[in-house]
Design a protein around this ligand. Structure first.
Ligand code: CUK
Ligand code: CUA
Length: 764
């Protein structure tokens, strides 16, 4: 072993294991043994040290990635690459109750297309909300390419709150991209189609088919898209592709590239060459430059007409008002990215080997000077390429998307055909480095890379194929996200992460400390509508209301029971079960699943969720909690009895398996008294320490106090029954009293351990 090797291993040791110098020799040999056994190089160990996150450790960045045709988005941490959550957006997701509870069904219902439920999406480009060009951690937006829709996810609870359907398009792609203060969310169409729902023959493609670019107005106060103030640019039937919003000097403008400006319609059935031949025959396509700021003024001044209930700026109006311009761009471009300073715009041609750097000031000068080389077939002015261009740089074959470094001028472009990432400088045109990717990178992403001050540090390559990177799991492979360290001069590959979901097209990474999600809802909260639920129930106020054949159940959930435990209805009744989770403790979620009714709710602390169904068939339908919430979780159960119409109870007692005596009761009480002793000791320990300095302990104590309150209620009931010599109920309530004590003791011991392990000191 040479000395460099030894040094590296030594460094890796300290980094990986954090061992004291005295233990180093032993640990070193242990590490070497592991390295040898697993065939790891010191480079591997360094990569591990840069990504490994010990238990309880947190990540510096949180990524929101599209989930492609899963219709979801997902969140994972960097540098650990640990997946934290899939968030249901366009697709029902039972573990979140999404598409199962009435509240989220209402969100999905707004995403219907022409009256039809669409139960999936093809998500492409997530975009974090911004304030002054910086990610602000409030919202994330995602588009659905297949059914042109945009969704709003609120990062205060990571739930989808709103889905809007584009009023004109039949597909989209150039979304979501936000303007610097989230004034608007850009969504451009992809495949040209009539802007109405009418049938129009393909022979009328040039005249009646159209593309478009929608600027969805975001109401930052309400946290919702405002379709009423949203406007759309009618665009030629080119295939608009991606978009990006201007910032700094280019604030107020948007940029959208396109392919197939040939306006070619394939049709091998009609003896025509296919789309792919006709759509890539010209040497250039067009970048669309739109002035949204001025368009907004026209809308506000009442100068834009509504079509189908939504503002539509026709090409004619856009030309007259000087809102829309075209600039040639390289053949079959994919990706348009505005530089962090907003001065330049980078476009790559996927059938070319160059990235093209446009200069915004030059574009403005050409517009001011009316320096146009031509107009297109629809009369839109075209700015000559060499008038607007700063340079084109040979970055490799099949460049796609570009992301930015913290170092001014430095950027990274994904190179699809060559399967690599090229690092280059868009100000000087110099290529700086490249790294092979395994295989076929699509988008790439740097930390806060779309903001006006990217952080650099890491880059993720979102690869299209994973081929031999992981253990095989059949012909359908996972996706592969590769983490690359870009903090040095040369890019270093750190980690391959298999993503078991649809194809993620794009992702965005935000500094983790900008996210401040809640741990519980305000009590009785309808999380989708973000307001107090009219169906909220409080402890002791649970009830069942019947109105004709409609039955409304107002129930609650708390460790370890569902109230009500028996629900009786008649066949043909419409049953609505509204459940409020009474827990205040972090992570004490209860689920609610029922036999044969397609019911599965997820009810987080404070939330009220509802399910409505018609009890069509008589029978016995057990229900239970689906989250292992406590030692008596399995007992968190109940029955829906769907009785024949006109059924009358026959009377008679419920048959209990065991009869209890006075002696049973007294034994249980003795146990409870002993348990209370333990609780008192734990309480004594906690209160004699500075526990209020530990938020985790404060939360545990709060929860324990709640549980102890329930114990007192059960104790009173048990004593009341005992006073009447009703030993059956006295014993059962004494047992319930004990159940609450056990939960209290469990919480108290967790609090005590936390204090002991975190250096609490005696306060007296
Ligand atoms: S797209 Cu898939 S690699 Cu939809 Cu942004 Cu480029
Ligand atoms: Cu609640 Cu299990």
């Amino acid at each position: 072993m040479n000395s460099l090797h030894k040094l590296l291993v030594g460094l890796a040791l300290v980094a990986v294991l954090g061992v004291a110098v005295a233990d180093q020799v032993m640990a070193q040999s242990a590490l070497q043994k592991v390295m040898q056994e697993r065939g790891l190089t010191e480079k591997d160990v360094l990569a591990a040290a840069k990504t490994y996150t010990p238990t309880g450790g947190r990540d510096e960045y949180i990524v929101c990635s599209s989930g492609g045709q899963s219709g979801q988005v997902l969140f994972y941490g960097i540098p650990s690459m640990r997946i934290l959550k899939y968030v249901a957006v366009f697709t029902p997701e039972p573990w979140q109750g999404y598409g199962f509870d009435d509240e989220s069904k209402a969100v999905l219902k707004d995403g219907r297309i022409r009256g039809k439920d669409i139960t999936y999406g093809d998500t492409h480009h997530p975009s974090f909300s911004e304030t002054d060009g910086e990610y602000d951690g409030r919202f994330v937006f995602i588009n659905d390419k297949a059914n042109p829709r945009v969704a709003v996810i609120d990062l205060h609870d990571f739930e989808t709150k709103q889905i809007v359907v584009n009023p004109f398009f039949k597909s989209d792609h150039g979304g979501c991209f936000v303007t610097p203060n989230t004034e608007y969310i850009m969504e451009a169409s992809q495949y040209a189609a009539p802007l109405s729902e009418e049938f129009v023959p393909l022979e009328e493609f040039n005249d009646k088919y159209r593309g478009g670019l929608t600027y969805w107005k975001f109401d930052n106060e309400k946290g919702r898209i405002d379709p009423e103030s949203t406007f759309t640019f009618e665009l030629p039937p080119y295939s608009q592709d991606l978009s990006d919003a201007g910032k700094g000097p280019s604030y107020g403008w948007g940029f959208t590239n396109s392919f197939c400006s040939e306006r070619y319609v394939g049709g091998i059935e009609r003896g025509r060459p296919p789309f792919e031949a006709g759509c890539s025959s010209k040497d250039t396509d067009f970048m669309h430059v739109t002035n949204w700021k001025k368009a907004e003024e026209l809308v506000k001044a009442g100068k834009v007409k509504k079509v189908n209930g939504s503002y539509l700026i026709t090409m004619k109006q856009a030309i007259e008002e000087k809102l829309l311009f075209l600039i040639p761009e390289p053949k079959s471009p994919h990706g348009v990215d505005v530089t962090p300073d907003g001065k330049q715009i980078i476009v790559s041609g996927k059938l070319d080997s160059h990235a093209w750097v446009y200069n915004f000031a030059k574009i403005m000068k050409a517009i001011d000077d009316k320096n146009f080389e031509d107009v297109d077939a629809y009369g839109i002015p075209i700015i000559a390429l060499d008038t607007a261009l700063d340079r084109s740089v040979n970055v490799g074959l099949g460049p796609l998307h570009t992301q930015f470094d913290s170092e001014p001028g430095v950027c990274y472009t994904s190179i699809y055909v060559d399967s690599k990432v090229t690092k280059w400088n868009y100000r000087t045109g110099k290529v700086l480095d490249d790294i092979p990717i395994h295989y076929n990178v699509g988008h790439l992403m740097t930390m806060e890379g779309d903001s006006k001050t990217p952080d650099g540090k890491y880059l993720v390559a979102l690869n299209k194929l994973s081929i031999d990177r992981f253990n095989p799991v059949g012909p359908l492979h996972p996706q592969n996200h590769q983490l690359i360290d870009i903090s040095g001069n040369q890019m270093e590959l750190l980690y391959d992460m298999p993503l078991p979901l649809g194809e993620p097209h794009y992702a965005a990474a935000i500094k983790a400390d900008k996210l401040k999600p809640v741990v519980r809802y305000k009590s009785g909260w309808d999380s989708r509508a973000d307001k107090r639920s009219p169906y909220k129930a409080r402890a002791g106020r649970e009830r069942v209301e019947r109105n004709g054949n409609k039955v409304e159940v107002y129930g609650t959930l708390i460790r370890s029971h569902i109230t009500p435990e028996i629900i009786e209805v008649f066949e043909g009744d419409t049953v609505s079960i509204h459940l409020t989770n009474l827990e205040r403790a972090q992570d004490e979620v209860h689920g609610f699943a029922m036999y044969g009714q397609n019911v599965q709710l997820s009810i987080e602390p404070g939330k009220t969720a509802s399910t409505t169904f018609v009890a069509e068939q008589t029978g016995v339908y057990p229900y239970y909690c689906t989250e292992f919430c406590s030692a008596l979780h399995l007992e968190m159960q109940g029955y829906l009895l769907v009785q024949p119409k006109g059924y009358k109870a026959k009377g008679g007692d419920m048959q209990e398996g065991v009869k209890y005596t006075k002696a049973d009761y007294e034994t249980q009480v003795a146990t409870n008294v002993a348990t209370q002793e333990v609780i008192n000791q734990v309480v004594g320990f906690i209160t004699s320490h500075n526990y209020t300095d530990f938020p985790t302990v404060v939360a545990l104590v709060e929860d324990a106090t709640d549980q102890l309150g329930f114990a007192d209620e059960a104790k009173a009931k048990s004593e009341a029954a005992a006073a009447k010599n009703d030993w059956q109920n006295a014993m059962l309530w004494a047992n319930q009293w004990w159940q609450y004590q056990v939960k209290t003791a469990d919480l108290g011991l967790r609090a005590k351990t936390h204090l002991e392990q975190n250096g609490a000191v005696k306060s007296k």
